[in-house]
Design a protein around this ligand. Sequence first.
Ligand code: UTP
Length: 287
Amino acid sequence: MQVKKAVIPAAGMGTRFLPATKVQPKEMLPIVDVPTIQYVVEEAVRAGITEILIITGRSKRAIEDHFDKSVELEALLEQKGKNKELAEMQRISNLADIFYVRQKEALGLGHAVACARNFVGREPFAVLLGDDIVHAEIPVIGQLIDIYNKKSATVLGCQRVGFDNIQKYGAVDAEDFSEPVVQVRSLTEKPNPAEAKSDLAVLGRYVIDPEIFDILNVTPPGAGGEIQLTDALNLLARQQSVWAYSFEGRRYDVGDRLGYIEATIEYALRREDLAPQLKTFLKSLTF
Ligand code: UTP
């Protein structure tokens, strides 16, 4: 079945980025001049997704406003003859059919995904975390959809993160790690590095079969007292095949301060209008 729908959870509290995220959604933090979540929506659109559900919460209204038409701003830009900016604002408000549902309490990523049940129905669906961006030639979620189409089973976007970092992620256990696509034996959320079965981590991109919703309904709180998507996927892997795919691309966790700074610098260095001056500035720094 074709993957046409994507879910973008963006209701988390962003406690790693306080005080910036006290009133502002972390998904709206700009990487250069584009809000993080816009990169995520554009990745989904580039992969052929036509309907997107963003899971929001209180204090996240800026996300909805960003993808809406801004009548006053467009009138002002038109009046000032700023045609390039006007065209860009119109493009953003027409990117895709975007729907919203509120997660009433931030009870965890699994709980956020469960809020998408009515939107998804009985189809496979993509999940892209709203604070994770990936720079890649082929959109990562498109890479996962290709694998889904070959396997007809859930696919998790993964990369090796090193055993020093694995306790921040969901870790994969598999029979054999030699191929880019491996069958998942089990998953552990935030494992102790000494006990982790591998340093292959699930990193913010998924294509999931709809059977996950019945499992999420009965998934108890796990690591950090939150309902974890990883725990539900671990149960799914016992019922049907689940694949871990090592995707191609450079991934940034914008919800983490260092990840945010790295993303800002590298995205600016990829921009012709900024790179020359930024390089000069960076070279002038002495440590
Ligand atoms: P994170 O774990 O990075 O988000 O979740 P968080 O809970 O906001 O982070 P910190 O630790 O407090 O800084 C990954 C994604 O899942 C969403 C977040 O918005 C983020 O995009 N999320 C997380 C939800 O939508 N609901 C939740 O209950 C938790």
